[in-house]
Design a protein. Structure first.
Length: 331
């Protein structure tokens, strides 16, 4: 099993503060994430002033301002993203950010961002997808809210030949209840579209992300916050740093546990085998020349001897010496 890419989705959990964003980079690195991902947008290009907030955004922010006003408060500047990109390089963690408009995509490309991470909301954005394809970079495409036909149409624009594209299954419900996860859809997408698949997790805990690892996810993305009680739309369904570290450790253990798929005893098992398997012993005293039978032989744990699987070949042959009860046959 190849190493799973674990992405700490910092998103907008910096609340528009570069200092908090840098702390999220530190936390993601300390938690063992491979990459930390933000969201890059210009509010005026992302939402019309009349756009209403989603129900979860209204519930989590607790105010009546518009989606545009909320996004404006969560913006970071171009220079902020340059600073974050450089800080990630210093920290030794991959910098990612989802662009929500073509201008943001071009700017992130100018920073040398290695992977284009397309959020679920852009999967039907024709011009945006054409721009992403033209950059000829690896793409991670989230598929929340989408149908197989919509995914296929997006891939028709993105897959211009030899593109490295990973599909992320996700449910755009914040948080996602287990009944709406449908984790097996990740496998269906892998088989239907012949692409690598992963999982963008919006559930409240870590168990579904760990299960995705066991089902072959090559990427796992999960929201991270410094404190779930901070104001903002995404903090409540995010993991705090210690929780994220627990998830990362669990996923890495799953990677080890999956193995190579070949059924064979492990090295440590071989050391135990002779101590827990049974071998043939005398069930009672046996005289020299007496035939071995089902009545005078039995199997018990003892020092290595003849496997009970050899019993049919031994029955009817004669003892070459006297055996006392529990003596190992063949010694």
């Amino acid at each position: 099993m190849n190493k799973i890419m674990i992405i700490a989705e910092a998103g907008v959990n910096h609340n528009g503060d570069l200092g908090i964003a840098r702390q999220l980079v530190d936390a993601a690195w300390a938690a063992g994430a491979d990459a930390v991902k933000f969201q890059t947008f210009r509010a005026e290009l992302l939402a019309a002033p009349s756009a209403k907030k989603a129900r979860y955004q209204f519930h989590n922010t607790g105010n009546n301002n518009s989606q545009y006003e909320m996004l404006k408060d969560l913006e970071l500047s171009w220079n902020d993203f340059k600073v974050l990109s450089q800080y990630c390089a210093f920290r030794g963690i991959q910098f990612l950010s989802s662009p929500f408009d073509e201008e943001s995509m071009e700017y992130l490309d100018s920073l040398g961002m290695a992977i284009i991470k397309i959020p679920s909301g852009e999967i039907t954005n024709y011009c945006y997808l054409k721009k992403a394809a033209a950059l000829k970079k690896p793409i991670i495409l989230s598929t929340g809210m989408s149908t197989p036909d919509e995914i296929g149409e997006a891939l028709g624009l993105l897959d211009t030949g030899g593109q490295d594209i990973t599909l992320l299954h996700c449910s755009s419900i914040y948080p996602t209840p287990p009944k709406d996860v449908n984790l097996n859809a990740m496998i269906t997408m892998r088989e239907s579209f012949h692409k690598k698949t992963g999982y963008s997790d919006h559930t409240a805990g870590i168990e579904v992300a760990v299960a995705a690892a066991a089902l072959g996810a090559c990427v796992i993305e999960k929201h991270m916050t410094l404190d779930k009680t901070m104001p903002g739309p995404d903090h409540r369904m995010s993991l705090e740093p210690d929780e994220f570290k627990n998830m990362t450790d669990s996923v890495r253990n799953i990677e080890k546990a999956m193995g190579n798929g070949i059924k064979a005893p492990a090295g440590e098992e071989l050391k135990n085998r002779d101590h827990v398997r049974k071998f043939l012993v005398a069930a009672r005293d046996i005289q020299t020349g007496e035939p071995f039978t089902m009545e005078n032989l039995c199997a018990k744990r003892c020092s290595p001897g003849i496997s009970p699987m050899k019993l049919p070949k031994i029955l009817g042959t004669c003892a070459d010496r006297d055996y006392r009860k529990d003596d190992i046959i063949g010694e």
